[in-house]
Design a protein around this ligand. Structure first.
Ligand SMILES: *[C@@H]1O[C@H](CO)[C@@H](O)[C@H](O)[C@H]1NC(C)=O
Ligand SMILES: *[C@@H]1O[C@H](CO)[C@@H](O)[C@H](O)[C@H]1NC(C)=O
Ligand SMILES: *[C@@H]1O[C@H](CO)[C@@H](O)[C@H](O)[C@H]1NC(C)=O
Ligand SMILES: *[C@@H]1O[C@H](CO)[C@@H](O)[C@H](O)[C@H]1NC(C)=O
Ligand SMILES: *[C@@H]1O[C@H](CO)[C@@H](O)[C@H](O)[C@H]1NC(C)=O
Ligand SMILES: *[C@@H]1O[C@H](CO)[C@@H](O)[C@H](O)[C@H]1NC(C)=O
Length: 226
């Protein structure tokens, strides 16, 4: 009886989810990207230079918007860079729908609130640069599960807390890692020692403890880049 019940669970819940992700992959297009960027714009409560307010106009192509670059066969959004604009706001889950995004740079603004776990869907992401904001909360456990191309991760100068997920070591291509000046606690995951491409790492000014054993340590430089 118990076995039958759990089988029902699998059928009832797994089937619709897998259908959903299939549909998602099939129907996204540049309109999906536009909706995601408009969702971001809607979350911005202060835009002192009115850049997004004026420039991110629904009547123009997203690819011509300030801070946006498009590329590829499908001409999808590959870069979102709204660094240094003095923006205040939060990050919407729709960012995870920018499925062709390679660069996400929102450095040096006043974004607050937590990182949406939907960022984990950005499978093509190479650069994630969110340093110098007021982001808080924990890094979602699943966030690094599926970012195989991530080369640069800069989250320094925020108010992030909690443990560093050991899944960080799944980002095999990681070269630059900067998580300094946050409220991270706990042990530094020893799996970070598996990241063979790592060139620079800055974890300072947190409440982390522990040692990393790695044959690659000699290639590392502890630097304060952000
Ligand atoms: C994007 O896909 C939606 C839903 O399939 C469709 O209605 C829309 O016309 C498409 N937009 C473009 C620009 O291809
Ligand atoms: C937005 O800015 C870009 C340059 O970054 C410019 O080419 C475009 O015309 C602007 N669009 C609007 C609607 O202001
Ligand atoms: C983002 O834009 C800023 C200008 O505000 C520029 O200095 C920086 O190099 C850009 N970063 C990326 C990753 O494109
Ligand atoms: C950060 O952004 C502000 C505008 O909000 C700008 O004046 C300042 O130069 C930027 N700082 C850096 C280090 O880029
Ligand atoms: C985009 O993301 C939101 C929230 O994560 C979701 O509700 C929506 O259905 C997604 N898909 C499209 C095509 O906009
Ligand atoms: C990663 O590191 C852990 C702990 O240092 C080790 O046990 C594991 O075998 C490593 N995995 C890979 C895939 O290298």
């Amino acid at each position: 009886m118990e076995r039958n019940l759990s089988l029902c669970f699998v059928l009832v819940f797994l089937v619709p989810f897998s259908t959903l992700s299939f549909v998602d992959a099939e129907v996204t297009n540049i309109s999906t990207d536009k909706q995601a960027l408009l969702a971001l714009k809607a979350r911005i409560s202060d835009d002192p230079s009115n850049i997004l307010t004026k420039n991110w106009s629904t009547t123009t192509s997203v690819c011509s918007w300030t801070g946006i670059a498009c590329a590829g066969r499908h001409h999808r959004v590959t870069t979102l860079n709204i660094s240094n604009l003095g923006l205040t706001g939060t990050l919407p889950p729709q960012l995870g729908n920018l499925s062709f995004l390679a660069t996400l740079a929102i450095r040096n603004n006043s974004f607050y609130g937590s990182l949406p776990e939907e960022l984990a869907h950005l499978q093509r992401l190479k650069h994630l640069r969110l340093s110098v904001n007021r982001l808080s909360g924990e890094l979602p456990e699943s966030i690094f599960d599926n970012l195989p191309h991530l080369e640069l991760l800069y989250l320094s100068y925020n108010m992030l807390q909690g443990k560093l997920p050991s899944t960080l070591s799944k980002c095999k291509k990681l070269q630059y890692l900067s998580l300094g000046v946050n409220y991270f606690t706990g042990a530094i995951p020893k799996e970070i020692g598996n990241l063979t491409q790592l060139k620079r790492m800055y974890l300072g000014n947190n409440k982390l403890r522990g040692t990393i054993y790695t044959p690659f340590l000699l290639n590392w430089e502890i630097s304060s880049h952000f």
